[in-house]
Design a protein around this ligand. Structure first.
Ligand SMILES: *Cc1c(COP(=O)(O)O)cnc(C)c1O
Length: 597
């Protein structure tokens, strides 16, 4: 995919919008989403509207027109108080605007009359941040004149804090706005339908206040798109901070000194650069610079350090990260970086659309069909590595009870070591790996199949044997096809020692798993918690070079045909180990290790 690019995850944006919308709604506050940070990108605007947002706001008429021309169906609010020279366009191209100058409002009135329109306005009140707004003592005078203008409807009042001067929207400030609203309504016998208390920076006030007073509206940009509270920079619970990711490519990677060699003058921006001596370092150059994005607003996902940037380059200390020329390097963005990246014509906008459950399942089923076809022809070059019982290890593991008597949870030696490392990582997280199943004999596999088939027969008495087989085979492999017979497959879950329960993976109640399509690892319709937990489980195994099954988030393969197909190997290392082999091996080696004969 082309770089530099910004990956825009519409599903995550929609999620953030829905979470914040219902949070603020719980105390009677409606939200307007401010699209200036994404330059009024129509796909983003559409997903916001689909998520229930009714009013979209932007500081630029050009962005509003872009959304309208793309067919976005919303009410459009202009939030930068208008230039008098653009008054006609404001009336024609927007539905509502924030205002603070009577001369401008008069011009809006003239054009509204000319075009037979009514333009709605929200009067901005200055409460200390010293950007736009009428000082409270002069507000009544302005309102008296506004109410006399034809073609103008006073929709409400608002304020904007935490921008120019960083003044916090405290309870005191919000109460002040409420009091002003009440007194205006009383004095002029009008109803103000919008009392707009501010922007994303109002989050902490909202979370801590008992009474929001008359405030019934907020205009949110940053918190919806980036999931942060701007005054403290802290992530807002339940929101995604990575709905936008900026990706740049490595064009040079060399070991060089951390300090320059020569006499130092001004750099290309007229500043005197400073350098920290870290000796020789792995310096990488990325093909992206301050001409593309506000580099100071980038946070790398990897453990690397941004050393500096020029117009076209970002220089990083690659530290120990596995980068090479051509590698992608990803960053999350702060607001300034988001705005500049979205506005850069050099950065391509890569829209990631949320996938419906049905579409996802169809893709997975097709992948799985292909996978099965390829495993059937994958050659096996058996490496004769032994089976070892996980029960004989001193790893911290929990073993799920098996229907097979004297089950020993056998895996290949390499898999045994990998499980050991995974269990150690979990120890540090206050968690324990649950081993549900490992090597299974044909007899064991048949038992599982029969048990499921009889359960399904009871559940669906009208279905034919063939239909039952089809359902069962969705999740249980026929004995000869199961990779569990190789000693390279492990079924695992995670136990949370602090919460004293099996983690929630979306289809399980403790150890019991409901077998249905939501077991497909990345099914979109499971809770955020379950998604996070599956991610953890799968990452632990993938980091050890296992592959996760397409349909079962708990099943992992290494070394066998399932693994070889997914990893594009020429052959698999682990073939089927039959019961008879393992048994005779047990006789020869009665203690811990069983050898394949
Ligand atoms: C930018 C802006 C907002 C949105 O601010 P965020 O911090 O992105 O939520 C709201 N109101 C006005 C007047 C603005 O200019």
């Amino acid at each position: 995919m082309s770089t530099p690019r910004i990956d825009i995850n519409l599903g995550k944006i929609a999620h953030n919008a829905k979470v914040l919308s219902s949070l603020f709604q719980s105390k009677g506050i409606n939200i307007i989403v401010v699209t200036k940070g994404v330059c009024g990108h129509p796909h983003i605007a559409n997903i916001l509207v689909k998520s229930g947002v009714k009013i979209l706001a932007d500081s630029r008429i050009a962005n509003i027109k872009k959304m309208q021309e793309a067919g976005v169906k919303a009410t459009f609010l202009l939030i930068r108080t208008p230039m008098i020279s653009q008054a006609e366009s404001v009336v024609l191209d927007t539905d509502m605007s924030l205002n603070s100058e009577l001369s401008v409002i008069k011009k809006l009135s003239e054009f509204a009359i000319l075009h037979g329109k009514v333009h709605k306005i929200i009067l901005m009140v200055e409460l200390g941040d010293l950007r736009e707004g009428i000082v409270p003592s002069l507000l009544e005078n302005t309102i008296k004149k506004v109410l006399a203008l034809k073609g103008i409807k006073l929709q409400g009042i608002g304020t904007n804090l935490a921008c120019f001067s960083g003044v916090k929207p405290t309870t005191e400030k919000m109460d002040m706005l409420s009091t002003i609203a009440v007194s205006i309504e009383k004095k002029f016998h009008i109803k103000l339908s919008i009392i707009s208390g501010g922007n994303s920076a109002n989050y902490n006030w909202f979370s801590t206040t008992k009474d929001v007073g008359r405030i019934n509206n907020l205009r949110l940009g940053e918190s919806i798109f980036l999931g942060y509270e701007p005054l403290t920079g802290k992530p807002i619970p339940k929101l995604h901070q990575d709905a936008f990711m900026l990706v740049a490519e490595v064009i040079e990677l060399k070991n060089k000194s951390s300090v320059p060699n020569g006499e130092i003058g001004l750099d290309s921006f007229g500043n005197k650069p400073k350098f920290k001596d870290q000796g020789m370092i792995r310096r990488a150059i990325l093909a992206m610079g301050v001409q593309d994005v506000m580099v100071t607003g980038l946070t790398p996902k990897l453990d690397i350090e941004i050393l500096g940037a020029g117009g076209d380059h970002i220089i990083i200390n690659a530290k120990k990260e596995d980068l090479k020329v051509g590698s992608d390097v990803s960053f999350t963005l702060k607001y300034g970086a988001l705005v500049t990246a979205m506005n850069s014509s050099y950065i391509s906008k890569n829209i990631i659309t949320p996938i419906s459950a049905a579409a996802y399942c169809a893709i997975i089923e097709e992948k799985d069909r292909l996978h099965k076809k390829n495993t059937a022809t994958m050659p096996i070059n058996e490496d004769h590595t032994p089976l070892i019982s996980l029960q004989d290890s001193d790893f911290n593991l929990i073993f799920e009870k098996s229907i097979q008597k004297n089950y020993r949870y056998l895996v290949r030696k390499e898999v045994y070591k990998k499980i050991g490392r995974i269990s150690k990582l979990l120890d540090n997280l206050g968690k324990k790996l649950i081993i549900r199943s490992a090597w299974r004999s044909f007899e064991h596999q048949q038992k599982l199949w029969d048990q499921k088939a009889s359960f399904m027969k009871k559940k669906y008495p009208k279905k034919t044997a063939e239909e039952i087989n089809e359902i069962v085979s969705m999740f249980i492999a026929p004995k000869r096809q199961s990779t569990h017979a190789t000693g390279g497959a492990v079924d695992a879950l995670i136990y949370d020692l602090r919460k004293k329960c099996v983690m929630d993976f979306g289809t399980n109640d403790g150890l019991h798993i409901d077998l249905n399509k939501k077991c497909y690892p990345k099914h979109p319709d499971i809770s955020e918690e379950a998604k996070k937990n599956r991610k953890l489980l799968i990452k632990l195994f993938e980091d050890e070079d296992f592959v996760c099954d397409h349909k079962e988030y708990w099943h992992f393969d290494y070394g066998n045909i399932g693994w070889a197909v997914e990893k594009n190997k020429e052959y698999a290392n682990y073939g089927i180990l039959k019961e008879s082999y393992v048994q005779s091996a047990t006789l020869n080696y009665p203690d811990k290790v069983f050898f394949y004969l």
